[in-house]
Write a protein that binds this ligand. Structure first.
Ligand code: CMP
Length: 138
């Protein structure tokens, strides 16, 4: 059944000029692009997005990084989108990511790992709503 998920091309990938290549990987894997925007987050906005990680030791580093430059948040759609995007992204730590995955190809470290993807239906709903209004999701 068709499902929507949320993804971000992160500041490291944008700075290195990988945004279009990552988008191409996503489309090649059969995802339909529902909505995308180009923005920069404040530190407070990054903290709101990653609030579930607030108690983690890397929270400061993570939110500093995610507010350090341009990002491309997007909503994408296909059958089994949440799980399939996570497979396409590869492991959080690019050193552990399988060959052919986005993080293996484009990421440099666990902190600067090129792409974010929602991990479950409830987080996808929160994350889509954090960046996009209903009228942008038709
Ligand atoms: P993401 O999928 O965006 O969700 C949470 C992010 O926290 C994760 O990708 C990583 O970029 C980051 N992260 C996870 N573990 C660590 C870590 N040990 N050190 C720094 N950042 C981390």
């Amino acid at each position: 059944m068709s499902q929507r998920t949320f993804s971000i091309i992160k500041p490291d990938a944008v700075k290195k000029g990988y945004a279009a290549a990552i988008l191409a990987e996503i489309e090649k894997a059969g995802f339909k692009l529902v909505a995308i925007k180009k923005i920069g987050l404040t530190k407070t906005q990054a903290e709101g997005f990653y609030h579930v990680h607030a108690a983690r030791p890397f929270f400061g580093e993570l939110t500093e990084f995610m507010s350090s430059g341009t990002i491309f948040p997007m909503v994408i759609e296909k059958d089994n989108a949440i799980a399939d995007l996570r497979t396409l992204m590869g492991a959080t730590d690019p050193a552990k990511a399988d060959e052919g995955t986005i993080r293996k190809k484009f990421a440099s470290s666990i902190g600067e790992n090129a792409i974010h993807g929602s991990d479950a239906e409830d987080t996808a709903a929160f994350e889509i709503g954090y960046f996009f209004a209903g009228l942008e999701l038709k």
